[in-house]
Write a protein that binds this ligand. Structure first.
Ligand code: SAM
Length: 382
């Protein structure tokens, strides 16, 4: 089988390492485009959906074609050529989920219409049956992406809800971090079992909860049961993977600081839902006065956070003050080997605050999420 995975653009390196760990062989990466192409056994379908922490969706790749100047006719022909009887049973309903990027003289709705017709015609021709379409609750989701002159056709094994929706959120913070990104940042930090990890502006606790899930081997898919592949292949393969998981109750050193009580109690609820509240200490406090927090007085090894962006807290000046005061305070509780990872859309302000406070920027790269262009910074004390 060939597959492709989608993920927040910018995290290709971290996600391809993860796919390789799960047993996939990468054959193509679209750097900065949020797509990784790989091949491997059928087993990868339940594995990636249930176990991968940084991927958003896994799709069985049926076709990857390059055209000189792609037209709706090309799309119809390519879709028609696929043997859909292998993937869709007569009584099942399907939906096309089209995507289009680049300059074309047709819309994504046109792509969906033409591709849908091609599936119906091909099936009718092969089996004499007219397949049903159900856009709201399909049994089989077909992805048809037209990216400039490239056509990518596949069967979605994840479904409309991406894997970053873990299903454990009891409290929905208005600006919570995408869980796939949170996990990717924890992996990037190389946080070890006995090291102290702090999120000084932890909101609903996504980063800390994901970190605990990683170390306790709690599968990210544990709280979901709606993977699209179940309707196509049944649930045996998933049950097989589930039966191999051994969770543990390792005690970890996880600390979260947050200014608002409401978010703290939300974070506690989320952590309770996952079963990791016993190993995270949530503290009501101020990220600009971390040195005053007793729990942190021995220093921290790893810091991962996504501070507020200007749009939400009212004006660049406030963001500038917050970032400067936060980094100034952080200096007092970190040491030479501490790793500090910050994701923000206010990258200029963060860069300046880091320089003002004598941090070294070890690495920075762009990550897109929720329509926002953000930057991940890896800082060290100078
Ligand atoms: N990662 C979080 C999550 O997934 O829920 C969301 C973090 S949100 C972008 C930023 C958080 O920083 C908000 O919850 C906000 O209340 C908090 N915050 C803002 N200023 C703060 C300060 N001075 N000290 C502590 N927390 C602060």
């Amino acid at each position: 089988f060939k597959y492709y995975a989608t993920l927040p653009p910018g995290l290709e390196k971290i996600s391809s390492d993860e796919i390789e760990e799960l047993g996939g062989r990468i054959f193509r990466i679209k750097e900065g485009k949020g797509r990784i192409f790989f091949e491997g056994d059928f087993e990868l379908i339940p594995k990636v959906n249930y176990l991968s922490r940084t991927i958003e969706r896994t799709i069985i790749l049926l076709k990857l074609e390059e055209f000189e100047n792609i037209t709706l006719d090309d799309i119809y022909k390519s879709v028609y050529e696929i043997d859909w009887t292998e993937w869709i049973r007569e009584e099942q309903a399907f939906a096309i989920r089209p995507l289009r990027a680049g300059e074309h003289d047709f819309t994504s709705i046109d792509v969906g219409r033409v591709a849908g017709q091609a599936v119906i015609d091909a099936y009718k021709n092969a089996k004499g049956v007219r397949l049903k379409v159900n856009l709201d609750n399909p049994d089989v989701i077909i992805r048809v992406d037209v990216i400039f002159n490239e056509l990518i056709i596949g069967i979605d094994t994840t479904g409309d809800e991406g894997l970053h929706r873990r299903g454990y959120r009891a409290y929905n913070h208005p600006a919570h971090l995408n869980a796939s990104i949170a996990s990717a940042l924890v992996k990037l930090s190389n946080w070890k079992d006995d090291e102290i990890l702090l999120d000084p502006m932890c909101g609903s606790g996504t980063i800390l909860v994901e970190a605990a899930m990683i170390k306790r081997n709690i599968p990210p898919g544990k709280f979901r049961d709606d993977f699209a592949f179940i309707k196509i292949f049944g649930r045996e393969a998933l049950d097989e993977i589930k039966s191999q998981i051994v969770e543990n109750k390792k005690m970890l050193k996880l600390y979260g600081v947050e200014k608002f009580k409401k978010h703290i109690s939300g974070a506690v609820k989320n952590a309770e839902n996952v079963g990791v509240v016993d190993t995270i200490k949530f503290i009501e406090g101020d990220a600009t006065e971390l040195e005053k927090i007793d729990y942190l007085k021995d220093g921290v090894d790893v810091v991962i956070t996504n501070p507020p962006y200007g749009i939400r807290i009212g004006g660049k000046k406030m963001v500038r003050n917050l970032y400067n005061n936060f980094l100034n305070s952080l200096k007092k509780i970190t040491h030479d080997d501490s790793r500090i990872i910050i994701i923000t859309a206010e990258d200029k302000i963060l860069r300046n605050a880091a320089i003002n406070n004598n941090y070294k920027i070890k690495e920075e790269f762009r990550v897109m999420y929720g329509g926002l262009d953000t930057v991940v910074f890896v800082l060290k004390n100078e």
